[in-house]
Every structure is written in C-alpha cells, then in structure tokens.
Design a protein around this ligand. Structure first.
Ligand code: APR
Ligand code: PHB
Length: 394
C-alpha cells in the first residue's frame, strides 16, 4: 500500500489528523491495533477548550457537538468544604465545553467512513522503518497476513504505550517524568449531576471532582491510593467517600446510583523530546501525558494535530518544510505550559502522602488566595480555558 501520511494509532489524535489531511486532499492510512469497539469503549475525558471546539466546528465535526454539548462559563473549587466559583467568561471571555471524548471518537469514525478513509483496525505488530529517509515504510500483521505501507511521512499517534516513540534513538530522546503517589478512581453513573458546573474539591481526606457527560450522566472522581483497584471500591464506599469530600450543599444534593463504568487511573506527567525524528512526527499521548486535573490531555492532542496538519499541508501545498522543521519546538512550548498548569493544579488540590503540616498550610493558603484574588483566578482561568496556539516561528 502507498500513502502520503501513515498514521499509527486510531485514537483522537490519529483520526483527527487523518480527517484534517483528507479535507485538504492529502491521503493517509491509519493503523490501529485494537478493534473499533474497543477504541469506542474507552471512557476518557470530556472537557474541551474553546480552541478545541473551534477546530472541531471548522472541520465539519461540530453538528452533533453543538446539539448535545454543555457550555460552562466557570467552575467551582472547594477547600475543606468552603466553595467558591471562578468565572471563566468574565475573566477571559472564554467558556469550556462538556462533550465526551467517546463522542468525538464516534464523530471522527463517522467522518472517516463517510469519506472512505482508510482506517485499519486490529493492525498488529506495527513496525516503522527508514524514517531518516524520504521514503519511510511500515509493516503490520492482520489476520495472519503481513502488510507493508510506503509513505512520505509517519505520524506517531499511538499513545503513551505506543511503538512510535521507541523509533527515536535513545541518544536523541530526552524524557521528563513525574509519577504522582496516588490515582483517580472514576465512575460514570446514570444520575443527574450534583451541580451545573464542575466542582474541584480539596479535602484533608483527598481530592474529589464532580463532573458530567450530560444532564443525566454524571462523572465523579476521588483520589485513591496509586495501587487501588476497582474491587477495593464498591459503589457504596465510593459514594460515602465522595460525599465526605464535597462541600455540604453539594453533598446534600448528591444523587447516587449504580456505576456503569468504574476505573482507576494513575497520575503522571510525562514529556518526550523531540517530537520529531526524520520523517516521524509524534503527537498527543505518544509525546506527552498530563494528570487529568487540568483536563488538558485531549486538548493538547488536538493542538498538536492542528500544528502537525498545518505543517504537512505546507509541505504538500507550498513545498516548504519550515513548519515541519519547527513543529517539535512549537508544539513543546504549548505542551510544557499545559504540563506546568496540570502539575500545579494537581499539587494544590491533592493530599500528598507524607505531606506535613507546612505543605497542607501552603495548599490551604493557595486556595484561599485563589478564592479572593481576581489576578490569581485569571491565571487559572486563562490556562484552564486554553492558551492560544503559539505562532509558527522560523
Ligand atoms: N500500533 C497501532 N496502534 C496502537 C499501538 C501500536 N503499536 N499502540 C497504541 N495504539 C493505539 C491505541 O490502541 C489507541 O487507540 O493508538 C491509539 C492512541 O490513542 P490515545 O491513547 O487515546 O492517544 P491520543 O489519540 O493521543 O489521544 C489523547 O486520549 O488517552 C487519552 O487523555 C488522553 O484525552 C487524551 C487522548
Ligand atoms: C471529566 O469529565 O472526565 C473530567 C473533567 C475535568 C477534569 C478531569 C476529568 O479535570
């Protein structure tokens, strides 16, 4: 098989890149190791920056989103039960949008199918070759058959556990990582959300978050031990613990129900540099991971893909590789700002094992400052609603 851009990974990054390239007449092949059902079954984030929504609308993926999404003009934070609101709209003029990653994935699959896009699922043992040449090629196995794909470029959109990052020689690859000493236990419940906006709760017993997917489907998280399992957390225990960490008014309103999804997610910050090696370009979780506290994972993947698609189209349409050559540094500038913000939100909201009284007092002071300072709230709002894309610098 021959294509212009071979894309490893059929998650949001890979499919959005394939969609954006196709709209500009550049063909691609997506190699996804899992089945479509598996990819659709993953419960992931659900909060979109204004910029992400703008991108989805601009490339024809806004119709169902506009019908079904929720728009939030702010968020609540609570510290030891004392709740306050940060007004994104007033402080930045921006809002955030609630629309599940699963829904975006479905819209992307539908768009690729409608355009007869080539998305090969259950592509096993993808191997990437000759990315330092101008004719890279991939091999993969499916139904016991070996296949080859020849391409001009390879996009590594295969997530944290993917193969593409391993292609960059260790002498060139620099990784940065912070693993947090706790996890998030998340549940999805067919119950009305406890609040019309999110509530991020800092509490001596640990962090909690009240989110939602729509007005009849709630998404809740509680900080848990890093090695916790869902078996440790039957629904009753979850609801009791969540209620203890919520501000009183929210706890009183909480509607509990049976969990239709329950999972434990580890928290880590991770960045791989560079995000390019020869004709291989990394994007999304293949290059970086953020703790979900700042709701940046999906939004960062989208901004990577916007920059990468623009750069590839400049190559094909104008014969220039300037944007490809600056892709890694440009993307990393935005990545590191999101990594910093996600790390900061995680440090001020979670209980760190072994933290003494000093750290806890500093956390309480941070929240107190946020609750009273417009300047502090503006910094949070500007980062949370999404920093602008950095210009392409030569
Ligand atoms: N070969 C082919 N496909 C692979 C391989 C491989 N060796 N390894 C992983 N994949 C696939 C995975 O099955 C997955 O569908 O690559 C896809 C990567 O998708 P994501 O992990 O969702 O990463 P990305 O598309 O960058 O989206 C980032 O997803 O994980 C969340 O929080 C993250 O919301 C963010 C978003
Ligand atoms: C979610 O709805 O899954 C969600 C929202 C905000 C976050 C993390 C997760 O910071």
């Amino acid at each position: 098989m021959r294509t212009q851009v071979a894309i490893v990974g059929g998650g949001p990054s890979g499919l959005l890149l394939s969609h954006l390239l196709a709209r500009a007449g550049v063909d691609s092949v997506v190699l996804e190791q899992r089945t479509r059902e598996y990819v659709m079954g993953r419960v992931r984030a659900g909060l979109l920056e204004q910029g992400t929504v703008d991108v989805l609308r601009s490339c024809g993926l806004g119709a169902r989103l506009d019908r079904e999404c929720l728009t939030h003009e702010g968020t609540f934070l609570s510290c030891e039960g004392r709740q306050f609101r940060i007004d994104f709209k007033a402080l930045t003029g921006k809002t955030v949008t609630i629309y599940g990653q699963t829904e975006i994935q479905k819209d992307l699959f539908d768009a690729r199918d409608a355009a007869n896009g080539v998305v090969i699922d259950e592509a096993q043992d993808v191997d990437i070759h000759d990315v330092e040449s101008t004719a890279p090629w991939l091999t993969y196995r499916k139904d016991g058959q070996e296949y080859r794909v020849d391409a001009d470029f390879v996009a590594g959109c295969d997530g944290f556990h993917g193969v593409s990052r391993t292609v960059i020689p260790s002498r060139l690859l620099q990784t940065y990582e912070r693993v947090y000493p706790f996890g998030w236990l998340g549940i999805l419940s067919p119950t009305p959300p406890v609040s019309n906006e999110l509530i991020y709760c800092q509490h001596e017993r640990g962090f909690a978050l009240c989110s939602m997917r729509n007005l009849t489907l709630s998404r809740y998280y509680v900080q848990c031990d890093a090695d916790a399992t869902v078996e440790d957390w039957p629904d009753d225990r979850f609801w009791d613990e969540l209620r203890r960490r919520l501000p009183e008014a929210a706890a009183d309103r909480l509607v509990t129900g049976h969990s239709i999804e329950k999972s434990v997610a580890p928290l880590r910050s991770f960045v791989a540099e560079p995000m390019r090696f020869g004709r291989l370009f990394l994007a999304g979780d293949a290059a970086h991971i953020v703790p979900p506290t700042g709701a940046k994972g999906l939004n960062l993947a989208v901004s990577d893909i916007v920059m990468l698609s623009e750069a590839l189209l400049e190559h094909y349409d104008e014969g220039s590789d300037a944007a490809l050559d600056s892709y890694s540094s440009r993307a990393l500038r935005r990545v590191w700002k999101a990594v910093r913000f996600s790390w900061w939100m995680t440090t001020i909201l979670h209980r760190f094992p072994g933290d003494g009284g000093f750290a806890q007092r500093v956390q309480a002071a941070e929240l107190d400052y946020l609750s009273t300072s417009i300047a502090a709230q503006t910094v949070l709002a500007e980062n949370y609603t999404g920093m602008p894309l950095d210009p392409v610098t030569p």
